[in-house]
Design a protein around this ligand. Structure first.
Ligand code: GDG
Length: 494
């Protein structure tokens, strides 16, 4: 019924299918049984907002909570129209989902792609890993593909499917088997794609399945050229029948040409520029200001995540206070940390180490008026945006990061001509690096020197750099990011 509706409506327009682990909405059930919808904050939701007027959009995602599941079960129709988007939630078997999410995607793939393994000790691939791969990762990916195939089977529109990120590497292959060439398949990977060496950790059976599946796509979107290039090299290195004929940006496989292309993600410029005017953000801004006083603010905003390299920035800050006592009582470091994967031992432990290091810095350097570093753990996006307006130095020093949106948000909303300290291993480096101070993520000495340089930078230079950065972000934007991907897929449909 709903598919017939999709069919009648906007007849000539392509149907865009987004597939992602987490969907754009969450549901809450009220006492009277009805559901209220809460819109997620991800960039893709925003990007689609404007596209939904021009295209039909179907979003397939996994139900995240019992209420999401109840919402999905309460509807006779499998696909519902919610805020301009058609939505279909899959309900994986909880055991399969656990294996897919907590055994393969988050520990194994995330750790390989951010190169976080301490390889003399881990990982150990054992029978459980293989079972998690088959009964978890592959099974849930197949369920996504089956759901997409079922949702589009009656439409005569051109269909473009955009599977998102490392949770769904096997969707392209399954979909190609199920639907043949009648769909365009174009995954986008939000996280880094490392070179061939990093992938030796993944056993050949899993690696081949993942790479061959991705080669079932028409083109694959990455954050940077570097990721796209690494993907091409990985395929050439491991797959004897994948070639790169006269191009660094595509693979020829099974008579088809699969493009690897960079689409750097960005932020919602309009939304952020209006958010900073909201009363709640203003209030939080004055709280941050009260706390910092007239000291210079060195800020970082991250999930508690080892790849963000929070600990080394604290160590570098300690080195600054040791080597440059002129900054005592003139600076404050503020780390706004969003809890993430707190059930995982490595993440808990990482947070403990951060708190201990911050505590030691305060123990050593504070006086009755000055608290050298504050670490605030909790979720508050408005507070993050408020603080980003006030930094003198923004510390973005990840070991590996697909893009890092904090860097882009920061330079857009900052009001103090603050200086961006940016790791050369953040995707954002390729767009913003020219006007930032570059910090090599492992090098604490250079990081300390960069903080010192930023704190001493002339107003003119700060202004020049900050203006250039702001303009770069203003000219991009998340709508354009997605529009480029849609245009490329449309081009191929013609
Ligand atoms: C992955 C990739 C890639 C901050 N405080 C809160 C909060 N934030 C916002 C930030 C920013 C977002 O969360 C974090 O985005 P990042 O890009 O910095 O990092 P990841 O979460 O690792 O994102 C990354 C991104 O995907 C997009 O492709 O750039 O490389 O790793 O917008 O301002 N959000 C909420 N509460 C807070 O307290 N909800």
């Amino acid at each position: 019924m709903i598919m017939k509706e999709i069919k009648r409506e906007k007849r000539q327009k392509p149907l865009i299918v987004i597939a992602s682990n987490r969907g754009p909405f969450s549901f809450q059930q009220e006492e009277n049984g009805s559901f209220t919808v809460r819109r997620g904050s991800g960039g893709l939701v925003t990007a689609l907002g404007s596209l939904a007027e021009r295209y039909q959009v179907l979003w397939v995602a996994a139900a995240m909570s019992d209420e999401d599941r109840r919402w999905a079960q309460s509807n006779e129709e499998k696909i519902q129209h919610v805020e301009g988007i058609y939505l279909r939630l899959i309900q994986p078997d909880p055991d399969a989902y656990e294996l897919y999410y907590n055994q393969i995607a988050n520990p194994l793939l995330w750790f390989i792609q951010h190169q976080l393994w301490d390889i003399p000790r881990s990982p150990t691939i054992n029978a459980e890993t293989w079972q998690a791969w088959r009964d978890g990762y592959a099974a849930v990916n197949r369920q996504f593909a089956e759901t997409i195939a079922d949702s589009v089977k009656h439409t005569d529109h051109p269909v473009i499917v955009f599977p998102q990120d490392y949770h769904l590497y096997l969707v392209s292959g399954y979909l190609r088997q199920m639907l043949g060439d009648r769909v365009q398949i174009q995954p986008f990977l939000h996280i880094p794609w490392p070179g061939p060496d990093a992938w030796r950790i993944l056993p050949k059976g899993m690696r081949d399945a993942m790479l061959y599946s991705l080669l079932g796509s028409d083109r694959i979107g990455f954050q940077t050229q570097r990721d796209a290039f690494n993907f091409v090299q990985t395929c050439r290195f491991y797959l004897p029948d994948a070639h790169s004929l006269g191009s660094r940006n595509s693979i020829n496989y099974a008579g088809r040409k699969i493009e690897a292309k960079a689409y750097p993600i960005s932020v919602d410029v309009e939304q952020l520029e209006s958010l900073v005017e909201e009363p709640e953000v203003r209030l939080l801004r004055s709280q941050v200001l009260n706390n910092t006083g007239d000291r210079k603010l060195i800020l970082r905003v991250d999930r508690v995540e080892p790849s963000k390299n929070i600990l080394r920035s604290l160590v570098a800050y300690r080195a600054l206070l040791e080597n440059h006592p002129e900054h005592h009582d003139r600076v404050q470091m503020l780390a706004l940390l969003v809890p993430s994967r707190m059930e995982v031992y490595e993440y808990q432990n990482y947070l403990r180490e951060i708190m201990a290091e911050a505590g030691m810095i305060n123990a050593e350097f504070s006086d009755e008026l000055w608290e050298p570093v504050r670490v605030v753990v909790g979720e508050n996006y408005h507070r993050a945006v408020a603080a980003l307006q006030l930094y003198d130095v923004l510390m973005v020093n990840p070991l590996a990061d697909g893009m890092n949106l904090v860097a882009k948000e920061g330079v857009l909303v900052n009001q103090r001509d603050g200086v961006l300290l940016l790791s050369e291993d953040a995707g954002a480096f390729y767009e913003l690096g020219e006007h930032a101070l570059i910090v090599p993520p492992f090098d604490i000495y250079s990081t300390m020197e960069a903080i010192h340089e930023a704190l001493n930078m002339s107003e003119d230079e700060r202004h020049r750099r900050a203006e250039a950065l702001r303009e770069l972000v203003r000219r991009s934007g998340v709508r354009r990011w997605f529009q480029h991907q849609v245009e490329d897929a449309m081009q191929a449909l013609r």
